[in-house]
Structures are given as structure tokens and as C-alpha cells.
Design a protein around this ligand. Sequence first.
Ligand SMILES: *[C@@H]1O[C@H](CO)[C@@H](O)[C@H](O)[C@H]1NC(C)=O
Ligand SMILES: *[C@@H]1O[C@H](CO)[C@@H](O)[C@H](O)[C@H]1NC(C)=O
Ligand SMILES: *[C@@H]1O[C@H](CO)[C@@H](O)[C@H](O)[C@H]1NC(C)=O
Ligand SMILES: *[C@@H]1O[C@H](CO)[C@@H](O)[C@H](O)[C@H]1NC(C)=O
Length: 413
Amino acid sequence: MRGLLYTSLGLVVSALNVAGSSFTGQKQCDSNICITGLRDSSNGTQTWTLAGPEGKDLGSSQVGWMAIGFGTKMANSQMVILWPNSDGSITMSQRNATGHNMPKVVQSPPRAANLMKSESFSNSTSTSFTFTIPSSSDSDANNTQLIYAMSDHNPGSSSPSANIVQHNKNGNMQFNLLATYNPNEGNSGSSSSSSSSSPSTAVYAHAAFGALAAMLFLPLGALVPRWARAFTVKRWWFPAHGALNGILGLTCVVVAFAIAAASFDDGVLGSTHTKCGLALLILVIFQSLLGSATHWLKHRLIEKSKIAWRRGPLNFVHMITGIAIIALGWVTVYQGLFSMWSSSYDSAPGNGWKIAFWVLMAVPAALYVIGLAFIPRQLKLEHELHNGTTKEIGTPTEEKGRTSIGRRFSPAA
Ligand SMILES: *[C@@H]1O[C@H](CO)[C@@H](O)[C@H](O)[C@H]1NC(C)=O
Ligand SMILES: *[C@@H]1O[C@H](CO)[C@@H](O)[C@H](O)[C@H]1NC(C)=O
Ligand SMILES: *[C@@H]1O[C@H](CO)[C@@H](O)[C@H](O)[C@H]1NC(C)=O
Ligand SMILES: *[C@@H]1O[C@H](CO)[C@@H](O)[C@H](O)[C@H]1NC(C)=O
């Protein structure tokens, strides 16, 4: 018991109890942090203490800043951010954010927090921050939702409006502030918290589907016709192109997006990655419809009406949209891997991932550009076919099911 009293928490509780009021609340710990929330039953004032996880005090070198936000996500959450300064002082900054971006200082917050200097410290072996904040309706309802975040990078300035670097640990906790406070219970780890400091299965699945679409199926699907059409007048490239882009690519984009929509906190809504992902989804759907129209419907109609085939404006829109989609896919993957991932989880992707990303981007880009050099050859081939100097080389079985380019070109067909 004596040992407990000398922990920061014991000090806080005994300091508060001296005032003669009674407190209810809970202590919640996960692998990153212990948070204690107490509620003064006389006036509802809350006291929050942020400290290192159970059995692992955090020295000042490990604490850049620590923050809690009231709510379940970053967007529009009232946040209290605390950090130690080199002169031994502690800065408290109340902020809010519009999404997964840097929170901005709120000059006159609706609930003004008050740093308890006597209970807050950060020295070489241990850190604990305590502040009070006026009551809230959710604490009266015995259900207070919190998000927390922390980083080991100190803002390097004692100004409350200092820039802070993105968190590298974060999570959610739920407090019953009307529960009978029992520090031993909290210490024994009866916590209902969950931490998102390591990626969930949904994150891996989202990343896998997104990467398959953007780094494999979509670029490959564009390369197939680019190269095939310069060397053959057979139309096998069309089913390959349609399957890679319109089936595999489209499906992977839709699945990646659906996983994100179903599983991720909408605190990420404002991020570049999310915006790019949404734009990609819309474009890929649009492109699949356009592709069907350009390649398939049009050919059907032409065959029926026996109008001579011409490359129309739809082909060019389809091609430009395709290039835009592939570029957007790369940007989305880049943002997801190197911005979202490292800001959300403890482990940032290593250099191997960066190299893999650039190689997977550069190789198809180079092949496509080289492929453009064969456009004259492709046009010549199509021209010869049109004038009947080259015979359609498709086998009769191939021609049965699908319109062949030769039929459309050959006046005899
Ligand atoms: C709530 O009561 C405590 C003492 O019981 C006092 O220190 C504190 O200032 C009060 N807070 C408000 C907002 O009245
Ligand atoms: C966040 O802060 C801005 C600027 O002070 C304010 O307009 C906005 O209403 C705040 N949002 C919330 C949820 O407090
Ligand atoms: C750090 O501060 C705590 C609380 O004031 C104290 O118990 C501990 O001895 C200090 N550690 C060092 C190394 O100063
Ligand atoms: C608040 O919630 C805790 C935990 O569920 C429960 O033990 C306690 O009785 C509740 N208090 C009130 C007043 O509802």
C-alpha cells in the first residue's frame, strides 16, 4: 500500500482526497499507456492522468507528447495535448482537428482544462501528466469515450501552438466514470481498452487488395494491349485486358474500398490517401463502363451496321483515363504505405518497401513509354489489314465467339 501511495497515481488520489470530496472513476491501461479518469461527485469535475503503461515508466526521452481526445475519432474531438520541455516545465495545449490531420489550437475551448502542475512531472525515469477539466454529459451517463495518441518526438518548443509531429501510437478507451474507483483493480489490468498500435487483419487485407490492383493488375492490364497490338492483329489482348483491368483490377479496388469503409475509423476521411482512394474507385468504375462501351459495344454495333471501323474519341478518353487511374493508384498506395501506415502504427515500412514500390512503379511506366514507340508499327499493321494486304490470323474457333478485327477491316467480311 505504501508503495502504491508513492506512485504518481497514489499521489494524485491522496492530493484530491485531501480536498474532502469523493471520487469515482477508472484506470485503464494498454501496452502504450495508462490513463486514469476520476470524477468529483460534488461538481462533476474530471481529473485525467496520463502515464506510461503498466510496469513500464516512461522517461522524458521516451515521451515527445501525449494526448487524449474526447470522442471516438480524431475529427472534431476536443483534445488535450501535453509535453515536457527541456526547462522542466510542462506545456498543455487544447486543440481539435477536422480529421486525420494536425490538430489546431482552440483559443477558448468549451471545456477549459487546467494542468495540475504539482502532480505532473517528466524526469529521466518517469512521466505523469494530470489535468482537470469540467464535467461532461457523457461522464454523467457513465460512458466516456476517449482516443489517445502519443509520439516520442518532442515538439521542441514550450509554446502551446507549437507544431507537433504525427503520433506513432494511438488507441481508444472507454471509461465508466461513475464506477467505484479502485486503483488496485486498474493495476490488475481490468481494462476494456483496445489499442491500434499494430495493424489489424482488416488493414493488411485492405493493403493487399489495394496493392494488387494498383501495383499489378491495373498496370499489367494497360501494358497488354499497348504491346500486343503492335505485334499481332489477333484480338486475344482484349479478353486479357478486360480480365486484368475490368475484372481483377476493379474487384480489388472495390474490395479494398469496402474493407476501408467497413473497418476504419472515419478520422482518416480527410487524408490524401482516402481522397485518392475514393477518386480511384469512381474512376475505375467509370473506366470499366467506358471500356465496355469502347471495346465491346461499339464493335458489336459496327459489325451489325457494317460501318467501317475508326478509332473514335472514346478510345482516347479511355486511354487518358487509364493512365490517370494508374498514376492515381500509385499515389494512393504511396500515401497509404508511407504516410498513413507510419502515422498510425509503431512500425513504419522499411526501405525494402520503398524500393519495391519504386521498382513496381518504374518498370511498368518504362515499358509503357517504350511501348508507345510501337504505335507507328501498330497503325501500319492496322492499315495493312484494312487494305486487305494482311490476312486475319485468328483461327476460326477464336472468331466464332468474338468479333475479329480482321472481319471488320476486310471489305470481304
Ligand atoms: C469542484 O470541486 C472541487 C472541490 O471539491 C474544487 O476544487 C473545484 O474547483 C470544483 N470545480 C468546479 C468547476 O466548481
Ligand atoms: C474546432 O475548433 C474550431 C475553431 O476553434 C471550431 O470552429 C470548431 O467548432 C471546433 N470543433 C469542435 C467539435 O469543437
Ligand atoms: C521522477 O519524479 C518522480 C515523481 O516526482 C520521483 O518519484 C522520482 O524519484 C523521480 N525520478 C528521478 C530520477 O528524479
Ligand atoms: C457505471 O459503470 C460501471 C461499470 O460498468 C458500473 O460498475 C457502475 O455501477 C455504473 N454506475 C452507475 C451509476 O451507473
